[in-house]
Ligand binder design. Structure first.
Ligand SMILES: O=C(O)[C@H](O)COP(=O)(O)O
Length: 331
Protein backbone atom coordinates (compact mmCIF):
# COMPACT_ATOMS: atom_id res chain seq x y z
CA UNK A 1 0.00 0.00 0.00
CA UNK A 2 1.37 3.38 -1.02
CA UNK A 3 1.74 5.81 1.84
CA UNK A 4 2.06 9.59 1.72
CA UNK A 5 1.74 10.04 5.49
CA UNK A 6 4.10 12.56 7.07
CA UNK A 7 7.33 10.59 7.51
CA UNK A 8 9.67 10.71 10.50
CA UNK A 9 12.45 11.95 8.21
CA UNK A 10 13.06 13.08 4.64
CA UNK A 11 16.28 13.07 2.66
CA UNK A 12 17.07 14.17 -0.88
CA UNK A 13 19.66 12.56 -3.15
CA UNK A 14 21.00 14.39 -6.22
CA UNK A 15 23.53 13.13 -8.74
CA UNK A 16 25.92 15.80 -10.03
CA UNK A 17 25.49 17.65 -13.35
CA UNK A 18 27.41 16.93 -16.55
CA UNK A 19 31.22 17.00 -16.27
CA UNK A 20 33.68 17.34 -19.14
CA UNK A 21 34.29 13.58 -19.02
CA UNK A 22 30.57 12.81 -18.99
CA UNK A 23 30.39 14.92 -22.12
CA UNK A 24 33.31 12.99 -23.64
CA UNK A 25 31.56 9.72 -22.65
CA UNK A 26 34.57 8.53 -20.62
CA UNK A 27 34.73 6.38 -17.49
CA UNK A 28 35.50 8.81 -14.66
CA UNK A 29 35.59 7.22 -11.20
CA UNK A 30 37.81 9.18 -8.78
CA UNK A 31 39.18 11.39 -11.58
CA UNK A 32 38.17 15.00 -11.08
CA UNK A 33 36.85 16.71 -14.24
CA UNK A 34 35.00 20.00 -13.92
CA UNK A 35 31.32 20.66 -14.56
CA UNK A 36 30.51 21.81 -18.08
CA UNK A 37 28.23 24.80 -18.66
CA UNK A 38 25.46 22.29 -19.36
CA UNK A 39 26.29 20.56 -16.07
CA UNK A 40 25.96 23.82 -14.22
CA UNK A 41 22.61 24.44 -15.88
CA UNK A 42 21.47 20.92 -14.96
CA UNK A 43 22.40 21.67 -11.35
CA UNK A 44 20.60 25.04 -11.50
CA UNK A 45 17.45 23.36 -12.73
CA UNK A 46 17.75 20.77 -9.93
CA UNK A 47 17.93 23.63 -7.44
CA UNK A 48 14.97 25.37 -8.99
CA UNK A 49 12.92 22.19 -9.00
CA UNK A 50 13.68 21.80 -5.28
CA UNK A 51 12.85 25.45 -4.62
CA UNK A 52 9.54 25.16 -6.45
CA UNK A 53 8.72 22.01 -4.44
CA UNK A 54 9.47 23.86 -1.19
CA UNK A 55 12.63 22.05 -0.02
CA UNK A 56 15.25 23.61 2.23
CA UNK A 57 18.33 22.04 3.81
CA UNK A 58 20.46 22.58 6.89
CA UNK A 59 23.45 20.66 5.49
CA UNK A 60 24.53 19.04 2.24
CA UNK A 61 26.92 16.08 2.08
CA UNK A 62 29.02 15.40 -0.98
CA UNK A 63 32.24 13.77 -2.19
CA UNK A 64 35.76 15.12 -2.65
CA UNK A 65 35.12 15.46 -6.39
CA UNK A 66 34.40 18.87 -7.84
CA UNK A 67 31.61 17.83 -10.20
CA UNK A 68 29.56 17.01 -7.09
CA UNK A 69 30.88 19.80 -4.88
CA UNK A 70 30.06 22.43 -7.51
CA UNK A 71 26.65 20.86 -8.12
CA UNK A 72 26.01 21.20 -4.39
CA UNK A 73 27.07 24.86 -4.49
CA UNK A 74 24.80 25.62 -7.45
CA UNK A 75 21.82 23.85 -5.86
CA UNK A 76 22.35 25.81 -2.64
CA UNK A 77 22.78 29.02 -4.66
CA UNK A 78 19.39 28.46 -6.28
CA UNK A 79 17.86 27.76 -2.87
CA UNK A 80 19.43 30.90 -1.41
CA UNK A 81 21.19 28.70 1.17
CA UNK A 82 24.72 30.05 0.83
CA UNK A 83 25.24 29.95 4.59
CA UNK A 84 24.55 26.23 4.85
CA UNK A 85 27.57 23.87 5.21
CA UNK A 86 28.61 21.74 2.25
CA UNK A 87 30.43 18.85 3.93
CA UNK A 88 32.81 16.79 1.78
CA UNK A 89 33.65 13.18 2.58
CA UNK A 90 35.84 10.75 0.59
CA UNK A 91 33.46 7.91 1.43
CA UNK A 92 30.94 9.53 -0.92
CA UNK A 93 33.35 9.47 -3.88
CA UNK A 94 32.29 7.77 -7.11
CA UNK A 95 33.18 4.08 -7.49
CA UNK A 96 36.80 3.69 -8.66
CA UNK A 97 36.54 2.40 -12.23
CA UNK A 98 40.08 0.94 -12.25
CA UNK A 99 41.78 0.56 -15.62
CA UNK A 100 38.61 1.70 -17.41
CA UNK A 101 39.13 5.27 -16.20
CA UNK A 102 39.59 7.63 -19.12
CA UNK A 103 38.32 5.17 -21.72
CA UNK A 104 35.35 5.96 -23.96
CA UNK A 105 32.33 3.91 -22.86
CA UNK A 106 30.92 3.21 -26.32
CA UNK A 107 34.39 2.27 -27.55
CA UNK A 108 34.57 -0.25 -24.68
CA UNK A 109 31.23 -1.72 -25.80
CA UNK A 110 32.72 -2.13 -29.31
CA UNK A 111 35.89 -3.77 -27.97
CA UNK A 112 34.62 -5.91 -25.06
CA UNK A 113 30.92 -6.30 -25.96
CA UNK A 114 27.74 -5.07 -24.32
CA UNK A 115 27.50 -7.92 -21.78
CA UNK A 116 30.99 -7.35 -20.39
CA UNK A 117 30.52 -3.57 -20.12
CA UNK A 118 27.13 -4.09 -18.42
CA UNK A 119 28.82 -6.40 -15.92
CA UNK A 120 31.49 -3.81 -15.17
CA UNK A 121 29.00 -0.94 -14.90
CA UNK A 122 25.95 -2.40 -13.23
CA UNK A 123 26.71 -5.73 -11.49
CA UNK A 124 27.04 -5.78 -7.70
CA UNK A 125 30.25 -7.68 -7.19
CA UNK A 126 32.33 -7.53 -10.38
CA UNK A 127 35.40 -5.29 -10.30
CA UNK A 128 36.80 -3.75 -13.49
CA UNK A 129 40.49 -4.54 -14.07
CA UNK A 130 42.66 -2.60 -11.58
CA UNK A 131 44.55 0.54 -12.52
CA UNK A 132 48.35 0.51 -12.13
CA UNK A 133 49.79 2.42 -9.19
CA UNK A 134 52.16 3.98 -11.74
CA UNK A 135 49.29 5.63 -13.60
CA UNK A 136 48.83 9.37 -13.10
CA UNK A 137 45.11 8.58 -12.96
CA UNK A 138 45.47 6.40 -9.84
CA UNK A 139 44.09 8.50 -6.97
CA UNK A 140 47.03 7.46 -4.78
CA UNK A 141 49.19 9.74 -6.97
CA UNK A 142 46.95 12.72 -6.22
CA UNK A 143 48.11 14.63 -3.14
CA UNK A 144 44.47 15.39 -2.34
CA UNK A 145 44.34 11.88 -0.89
CA UNK A 146 47.53 12.18 1.17
CA UNK A 147 45.39 12.26 4.29
CA UNK A 148 43.93 8.83 3.50
CA UNK A 149 45.55 5.59 4.60
CA UNK A 150 47.12 4.15 1.43
CA UNK A 151 45.38 0.81 1.84
CA UNK A 152 42.04 2.62 1.57
CA UNK A 153 42.83 4.17 -1.83
CA UNK A 154 41.31 1.75 -4.36
CA UNK A 155 42.84 0.50 -7.61
CA UNK A 156 39.39 -0.73 -8.65
CA UNK A 157 36.02 -1.16 -6.94
CA UNK A 158 32.87 -3.19 -7.45
CA UNK A 159 29.55 -1.64 -6.44
CA UNK A 160 29.82 -3.79 -3.29
CA UNK A 161 33.19 -2.22 -2.41
CA UNK A 162 31.71 1.24 -2.98
CA UNK A 163 28.73 0.33 -0.83
CA UNK A 164 30.94 -0.54 2.15
CA UNK A 165 32.29 3.03 2.41
CA UNK A 166 29.04 4.78 1.35
CA UNK A 167 27.04 2.91 3.97
CA UNK A 168 29.69 3.63 6.60
CA UNK A 169 29.20 7.34 5.86
CA UNK A 170 25.42 6.95 5.87
CA UNK A 171 25.24 5.02 9.16
CA UNK A 172 27.85 6.92 11.12
CA UNK A 173 27.68 10.47 9.75
CA UNK A 174 24.48 11.17 7.81
CA UNK A 175 21.93 9.24 9.89
CA UNK A 176 23.00 10.89 13.18
CA UNK A 177 22.69 14.28 11.47
CA UNK A 178 19.19 13.51 10.21
CA UNK A 179 18.25 12.13 13.62
CA UNK A 180 19.35 15.40 15.22
CA UNK A 181 16.61 17.14 13.22
CA UNK A 182 18.69 18.58 10.37
CA UNK A 183 17.28 18.58 6.84
CA UNK A 184 19.83 16.78 4.68
CA UNK A 185 20.67 16.64 0.98
CA UNK A 186 23.24 14.13 -0.33
CA UNK A 187 24.86 15.19 -3.59
CA UNK A 188 26.73 12.32 -5.17
CA UNK A 189 27.55 10.10 -8.09
CA UNK A 190 25.78 7.45 -10.09
CA UNK A 191 27.41 4.47 -8.38
CA UNK A 192 27.98 5.68 -4.86
CA UNK A 193 24.29 6.67 -4.80
CA UNK A 194 23.22 3.36 -6.40
CA UNK A 195 25.15 1.52 -3.69
CA UNK A 196 23.49 3.56 -0.95
CA UNK A 197 19.99 3.15 -2.40
CA UNK A 198 20.57 -0.61 -2.79
CA UNK A 199 21.31 -0.71 0.93
CA UNK A 200 18.39 1.53 1.94
CA UNK A 201 15.78 -0.14 -0.25
CA UNK A 202 17.11 -3.69 0.04
CA UNK A 203 17.34 -3.95 -3.77
CA UNK A 204 18.49 -7.44 -4.79
CA UNK A 205 21.87 -8.04 -6.44
CA UNK A 206 19.97 -8.89 -9.60
CA UNK A 207 17.63 -5.89 -9.65
CA UNK A 208 20.36 -3.35 -8.97
CA UNK A 209 21.62 -4.09 -12.50
CA UNK A 210 18.59 -2.23 -13.79
CA UNK A 211 18.88 0.87 -11.60
CA UNK A 212 20.30 3.89 -13.45
CA UNK A 213 20.33 7.40 -12.02
CA UNK A 214 19.77 10.43 -14.24
CA UNK A 215 22.07 13.39 -13.60
CA UNK A 216 20.86 16.29 -11.48
CA UNK A 217 17.34 14.99 -10.89
CA UNK A 218 16.44 15.27 -7.19
CA UNK A 219 15.28 11.97 -5.69
CA UNK A 220 13.19 12.31 -2.56
CA UNK A 221 13.06 9.66 0.16
CA UNK A 222 10.65 9.46 3.10
CA UNK A 223 12.04 7.44 6.01
CA UNK A 224 10.33 5.96 9.04
CA UNK A 225 11.70 6.27 12.59
CA UNK A 226 14.04 3.30 11.90
CA UNK A 227 15.38 4.98 8.75
CA UNK A 228 13.59 2.49 6.53
CA UNK A 229 12.22 4.02 3.30
CA UNK A 230 8.45 4.46 3.01
CA UNK A 231 7.37 3.67 -0.54
CA UNK A 232 6.22 6.81 -2.34
CA UNK A 233 3.57 7.02 -5.02
CA UNK A 234 5.30 7.25 -8.39
CA UNK A 235 8.47 5.67 -6.98
CA UNK A 236 11.30 5.00 -9.44
CA UNK A 237 11.59 1.37 -10.64
CA UNK A 238 13.15 -0.92 -7.95
CA UNK A 239 13.36 2.03 -5.51
CA UNK A 240 11.06 3.50 -2.87
CA UNK A 241 11.99 7.11 -3.58
CA UNK A 242 10.48 9.38 -6.23
CA UNK A 243 12.17 11.73 -8.68
CA UNK A 244 11.12 15.35 -8.58
CA UNK A 245 10.73 16.48 -12.15
CA UNK A 246 8.79 15.95 -15.31
CA UNK A 247 8.32 12.21 -16.01
CA UNK A 248 8.79 12.59 -19.78
CA UNK A 249 11.94 14.65 -19.39
CA UNK A 250 13.38 12.12 -16.95
CA UNK A 251 12.55 9.23 -19.32
CA UNK A 252 14.30 11.15 -22.14
CA UNK A 253 17.43 11.61 -20.00
CA UNK A 254 17.51 7.86 -19.16
CA UNK A 255 17.01 6.85 -22.80
CA UNK A 256 19.76 9.23 -23.96
CA UNK A 257 22.21 7.92 -21.36
CA UNK A 258 21.58 4.27 -22.29
CA UNK A 259 21.81 4.90 -26.04
CA UNK A 260 24.98 6.92 -25.60
CA UNK A 261 26.78 3.87 -24.22
CA UNK A 262 25.09 0.83 -25.73
CA UNK A 263 23.45 1.81 -29.02
CA UNK A 264 26.22 1.23 -31.54
CA UNK A 265 23.95 2.39 -34.37
CA UNK A 266 24.07 5.89 -32.90
CA UNK A 267 27.31 7.33 -34.24
CA UNK A 268 27.04 10.80 -32.69
CA UNK A 269 27.78 11.58 -29.07
CA UNK A 270 24.35 12.32 -27.59
CA UNK A 271 25.93 14.27 -24.70
CA UNK A 272 26.96 16.81 -27.30
CA UNK A 273 23.51 17.14 -28.81
CA UNK A 274 22.08 20.62 -29.03
CA UNK A 275 18.98 19.68 -27.08
CA UNK A 276 19.91 19.04 -23.44
CA UNK A 277 17.33 17.50 -21.16
CA UNK A 278 16.61 18.81 -17.71
CA UNK A 279 14.47 17.41 -14.92
CA UNK A 280 11.90 20.12 -15.53
CA UNK A 281 10.01 21.21 -18.59
CA UNK A 282 11.49 24.68 -18.59
CA UNK A 283 8.40 26.31 -20.06
CA UNK A 284 6.31 24.98 -17.20
CA UNK A 285 8.62 25.94 -14.39
CA UNK A 286 10.71 28.82 -15.51
CA UNK A 287 10.32 31.99 -17.42
CA UNK A 288 13.31 34.08 -18.44
CA UNK A 289 12.47 37.70 -17.70
CA UNK A 290 14.01 40.96 -16.56
CA UNK A 291 14.81 41.26 -12.85
CA UNK A 292 13.08 44.35 -11.48
CA UNK A 293 12.68 45.66 -7.94
CA UNK A 294 9.03 44.79 -8.31
CA UNK A 295 10.00 41.13 -8.40
CA UNK A 296 10.77 41.40 -4.70
CA UNK A 297 7.22 42.48 -3.92
CA UNK A 298 6.53 43.37 -0.31
CA UNK A 299 10.17 43.11 0.72
CA UNK A 300 10.41 46.61 -0.74
CA UNK A 301 13.34 46.06 -3.06
CA UNK A 302 16.87 45.08 -2.09
CA UNK A 303 17.78 44.83 1.55
CA UNK A 304 20.43 47.52 1.93
CA UNK A 305 21.71 46.11 5.22
CA UNK A 306 22.83 42.93 3.54
CA UNK A 307 23.33 43.71 -0.08
CA UNK A 308 24.01 46.72 -2.26
CA UNK A 309 22.70 46.59 -5.79
CA UNK A 310 26.26 46.57 -7.15
CA UNK A 311 26.92 43.30 -5.27
CA UNK A 312 24.63 41.49 -7.67
CA UNK A 313 27.07 40.56 -10.39
CA UNK A 314 25.01 38.62 -12.83
CA UNK A 315 21.45 38.47 -13.99
CA UNK A 316 20.19 35.05 -12.94
CA UNK A 317 19.66 32.61 -15.77
CA UNK A 318 16.03 32.10 -14.98
CA UNK A 319 13.60 33.93 -12.78
CA UNK A 320 10.57 32.30 -11.32
CA UNK A 321 7.19 33.20 -12.67
CA UNK A 322 6.11 33.57 -9.08
CA UNK A 323 7.48 36.74 -7.49
CA UNK A 324 7.29 35.09 -4.09
CA UNK A 325 9.67 32.35 -5.24
CA UNK A 326 11.97 34.92 -6.80
CA UNK A 327 12.18 36.75 -3.51
CA UNK A 328 12.92 33.53 -1.59
CA UNK A 329 15.54 32.54 -4.13
CA UNK A 330 17.47 35.71 -3.49
CA UNK A 331 17.25 35.85 0.32
O1 LIG B 1 32.45 7.28 -13.13
C1 LIG B 1 31.75 7.41 -14.14
O2 LIG B 1 32.14 7.11 -15.28
C2 LIG B 1 30.37 7.98 -13.99
O3 LIG B 1 30.32 8.83 -12.93
C3 LIG B 1 29.33 6.92 -13.83
O4 LIG B 1 29.53 6.01 -14.77
P1 LIG B 1 28.53 4.84 -15.17
O5 LIG B 1 27.19 5.46 -15.45
O6 LIG B 1 29.19 4.27 -16.40
O7 LIG B 1 28.51 3.87 -14.04
Amino acid sequence: MVSEQEPAYKVIFVRHGQSTWNKANRFIGWTDPNLTKTGELEARVAGQVLLAAGYEFDIIYTSLLKRSIKTAWVVMDELGLHHVPVVTDWRLNERCYGALVGRNKKECVRVYGEDQVKLWRRSFDVRPPPISEDSSLWPGNNRKYDFLERALIPRTESLQDTQARSVDCWDNTIVPTIRSGKRVCVCGHENNLRSLLKHLDGVSDDDIRHVELPRAVPLIYHLDENFKPIRLEGAAPHLNGRYIGDAEEIAAIMARDLANVYDLSVESNLEESDVPHYAAKLDDLLQPCELTDDAFGERGGLDELNCRESDIEETPLFIYKSHEDAARARV
